[in-house]
Design a protein around this ligand. Structure first.
Ligand code: HEM
Length: 438
């Protein structure tokens, strides 16, 4: 593994040229490219930049030189990029002007306006959003998390105890995917032995055909249909049984959701599959990677387990598992002296706001004992703030308590393979070894 590339990431300030180990300085190259472009040609919505981890200098430049930036042409059409922490906060908390509704194009940069409106509550505006959110919230309430915690702990233990020692394996597949899928299956009361279907559907839903997960749009749609059919069957079973504490039963029996159109039920299922799966999975992987890139922080964590919650929040900031949320302006609005027009597409780049030096000290560094570790944008703000944020933190916290109780070191032994996406910021694989104890 080229650890040189990892250390170069830490402050993001290296200059182009060969590294001391003779390898090519990809970060330096990305920086040169980002600063060579005329400002008006900067288009951060390029999945390849995210996959190569080369996006940072583009955002660094925008934060400094053009924090509310207009890209006139991209594969997603024209859009605004909001790149600073406080400006993102201003957009996210102003749902009156910045709509999430699919009617206008929803919450991802590539979304097209849907005349039928939102089918999942993340892509709805009030009042419908608020009603549906309220129905599923009890599943992730503090009381329910207390019930879930011992189940997650037991499962984490089983997963970790089954890992090979002294030989390489893929951390994403064997730990991150397995743990988050088990938790999701529990939340849905999904047939446990078939839980990997949830992983597959989550991957398929967020995948672009032709980049490894599915080959064609037809294949993607066929697999999503399969997911819909499966969950329709579960709804029918649950609606004919007594109300229970799982998410499907809650929707099937909830006063405000039991008559929801089928497309809204399906939309919300997809929301919960993706929301609860990819994000947490990529944070678990990100934590192992970040601690390997920053061995001093790993040492600190080993010496002080009370730093686990801080490390978890720091990883969620550092990783930013969802790189952006998109809004559509429903009225003209002025931000940082730029005139956003009614109908414009506005992208809040959480991934950039989380590196805003004017708000977060040494924002490019991974520091597990920050004074205010939960100060980050990764869960969003305002009425759509992530409903599962405490569940995500709980899973991370438990998995790290169980890891440290078993293994002094998880060693990254190769380059991570990153996701080809401007939305899900994550990993397809991360090779690791658990060293044998002498
Ligand atoms: C580290 C893990 C996670 C991250 C980074 C994350 C991130 C986010 C973000 C950025 C939003 C939109 C916020 C906004 O628009 O202001 C969101 C919404 C949401 N998340 Fe999460 N999420 C995570 C884990 C989870 C989990 C475990 C669940 C499962 C229960 C979940 C379910 C949802 C739902 C249902 C919404 C829609 C909320 C609404 O529209 O009111 N998320 N999440």
């Amino acid at each position: 593994m080229r650890m040189g590339a990892y250390s170069a990431q830490r402050d993001g300030k290296e200059r182009p040229g060969a590294m001391s180990d003779g390898s090519i300085d990809l970060i330096g190259e990305a920086r040169t490219a980002a600063y060579a472009l005329p400002l008006d040609q900067i288009n951060p919505a390029q999945p390849a930049l995210f996959q190569r981890d080369a996006i940072w200098p583009y955002f660094e430049r925008l934060r400094k030189e053009d924090p509310v930036h207009y890209t006139a042409e991209s594969e997603f059409g024209a859009y605004w990029s909001v790149t600073r922490y406080n400006d993102i906060m201003a957009v996210d908390t102003n749902h009156q002007v910045f709509s999430s509704d699919s009617l206008h194009g929803g919450i991802i940069i590539g979304g097209e306006p849907d005349p039928d409106g939102g089918s999942m509550f993340i892509a709805m505006d009030p009042p419908k959003h608020d009603v549906q959110r309220k129905t599923v919230s009890p599943a992730v309430s503090p009381a329910n998390l207390q019930v879930l915690a011992p189940i997650i702990r037991e499962r984490a233990g089983i997963i970790l105890d089954s890992l090979p020692v002294g030989e390489p394996f893929d951390w994403v597949d064997k730990v991150s995917v397995e743990l988050t899928t088990m938790t999701l299956a529990t939340l849905f009361d999904f047939p446990f032995e078939e839980r990997r279907k949830l992983t597959r559907w989550s991957d398929v839903i967020t995948a672009r055909p032709g980049h490894g997960v599915v080959e064609t749009w037809a294949q993607k749609l066929a697999e999503i249909d399969e997911c819909h059919a499966y969950f329709t069957r579960l709804w029918n079973e649950r609606v004919n049984s007594s109300p229970a504490g799982d998410l499907i039963s809650m929707l099937a029996h909830g006063e405000t959701t039991r008559n929801m159109p089928a497309r809204e039920y399906r939309g919300n299922v997809i929301l919960l599959i993706v929301g609860g799966n990819d994000t947490t999975r990529n944070t678990i992987t990100g934590s192992v990677l970040a601690l390997n890139q920053n061995p001093d922080q790993y040492d600190k964590l080993r010496a002080r387990r009370d730093l686990i919650p801080g490390m978890v929040s720091e990883t969620i900031r550092w990783q930013t598992p969802l790189a952006h949320m998109r809004r559509t302006a429903v009225a003209d609005f002025e931000l940082q002296g730029r005139r956003i027009r009614k109908g414009d597409k506005v992208v809040m780049w959480y991934v950039s706001g989380n590196r805003d030096e004017s708000v977060i000290e040494k924002a490019d560094r991974f520091i597990i004992d920050r004074a205010r570790p939960r100060m980050h944008l990764s869960f969003g703000f305002g009425i759509h703030r992530c409903v599962g944020n405490r569940l995500a933190e709980l899973q991370l916290q438990i998995v790290w308590e169980e890891i440290l109780a078993r293994f002094p070191h998880i060693q990254v032994v190769g380059e991570p393979r990153r996701t080809f996406s401007t939305f899900v910021k994550g990993y397809e694989s991360l090779p690791v070894v658990i060293p044998r104890r002498l």
